[in-house]
Design a binder for this molecule. Structure first.
Ligand code: PMP
Length: 382
């Protein structure tokens, strides 16, 4: 049955029992003291998770794409220009959103598996002014992590606001808004927070809020952050009914993150990624993403000769693990495995054992236990 499978697609990620429990609590009033306290706590934790010292956090029913749209509409006016740094699928989505609202947009597109260089960003800024520069942190299709800290460094010498799409990174990889100079981090609930899908999550710096405050109106109503700001400051006020249970479960996830500690959590994601990659290498697999861009939150794994996509993923599913196929130009050539959020060691070893069982049943030859042992060596468990 589907619900017994270990979900290792690049989001939604597996949901921790504490988060499941908070979802199943009786629904309380959206203006009750319990909910007011929990939303405030989630907002305060969210700011800590993205190292934002001065700015405004927002947690709103929706998804990552709504957060992308909100980030753009609340910072950019018609007549201004946006530069999208795209390493794949979701950069192109950001460009499509700008075009939907008639906003001028240029795209710097890297080859899939890499990211745009900070030098190319600097060159582009020397020929044109941009109100906003936007980058995906980790592209979920290519497994490439962009050098967002270096982009922010380049952007310090310009007036552009810097938007980071952290949907596949925030809460699993470091994003220091204030120190690095990021103006908007946007994300969603279902990836590194390990909460079921259903939330658009944003944090805006003071500079980004000033930009919004300067605009008399924007072409949005629900997506206008100024309508939500009073609720985020005092959740006992009403604008549009918040998704009470989902926000309480998001709060639980921020508590899990704060209890683990941010540095420990980022390091755990790094080690988990290294362990999973060592495991696949030991089986003779390689990776689509270029080495220096490998993300900590998912792997895009190339099939070796003789392993067919549908057969592999189908058999792995029967063995208890769900991974995703490739998108766009790599469809059929790779599978994508998420390793983000609150994944336990037991889940990692279960997944690798299931991969070995799958490969054995497909008559692929490898040294038995190679994957599990390679992962254990990285995780210090041998
Ligand atoms: N950005 C990135 C990097 C993503 O991975 C995704 C979802 N996979 C999105 C944006 C869009 O998020 P959603 O599907 O929640 O709308």
């Amino acid at each position: 049955m589907d619900q017994e499978k270990l979900l290792l697609i690049p989001g939604p990620s597996p949901v921790h029992p504490r988060i499941i429990h908070s979802l199943s609590l009786p629904t309380v009033s959206h203006v009750s003291p319990i909910f007011v306290t929990e939303l405030k706590e989630a907002l305060a934790n969210l700011k800590k998770i993205v190292f934002c010292e001065h700015g405004e956090p927002f947690i709103i029913a929706g998804a990552g794409t709504l957060a992308m749209e909100m980030a753009l509409l609340n910072t950019t006016e018609k007549g201004e220009s946006v530069l999208v740094l795209s390493q794949g699928f979701f950069g192109q989505r950001m460009a499509a959103i700008t075009q939907s609202f008639g906003i001028d947009c240029d795209v710097l597109q890297s080859p899939w598996g890499k990211a745009v260089s900070p030098e190319d960003l600097a060159d582009q800024l020397s020929v044109k002014d941009y109100a906003v520069v936007s980058s995906t942190h980790v592209d979920t299709a290519t497994g490439a992590a962009a050098p967002v800290k270096s982009y922010a460094e380049v952007l310090k010498s310009s007036d552009s606001l810097f938007i980071v799409d952290g949907v596949c990174a925030t809460g699993g990889m470091e994003e220091r808004m204030t120190d690095w100079g990021i103006d908007v981090v946007l994300t969603a609930a279902q990836k590194c927070f390990g909460v079921p899908p259903g939330l658009a999550v944003l944090v805006l710096s003071d500079k980004a809020m000033t930009r919004r405050n300067r605009m008399p109106s924007i072409p949005a109503y629900y997506a206008d952050l100024l309508r939500w700001l009073p609720i985020m400051k005092d959740p006992s006020k009403y604008f549009s009914t918040p998704c009470v249970n989902e926000i309480r479960s998001f709060n639980e996830s921020t508590k899990i993150i704060m209890e683990e500690g941010l540095d420990v959590r980022f390091e755990r994601h790094k080690r988990t990624a290294m362990a999973i990659r060592a495991a696949f290498k030991s089986l003779g697999f390689s990776f689509f993403t270029e080495d220096s861009f490998l993300a900590d939150t998912l792997s895009v794994v190339l099939y070796p000769d003789g392993i067919e996509d549908k057969a592999f993923r189908g058999r792995l599913f029967e063995n208890g693990v769900v991974v995703a196929g490739g998108l766009g130009e790599v469809a059929g050539k790779v599978f994508r495995m998420g390793h983000m959020g609150n994944l336990s060691l037991a889940q990692i070893y279960f997944a690798l054992q299931a991969v070995e069982n799958t490969l054995s049943s497909l008559n692929y030859s490898f040294e038995p236990q190679a994957a599990v042992n390679a992962a254990k060596a990285v995780l210090g468990e041998d």
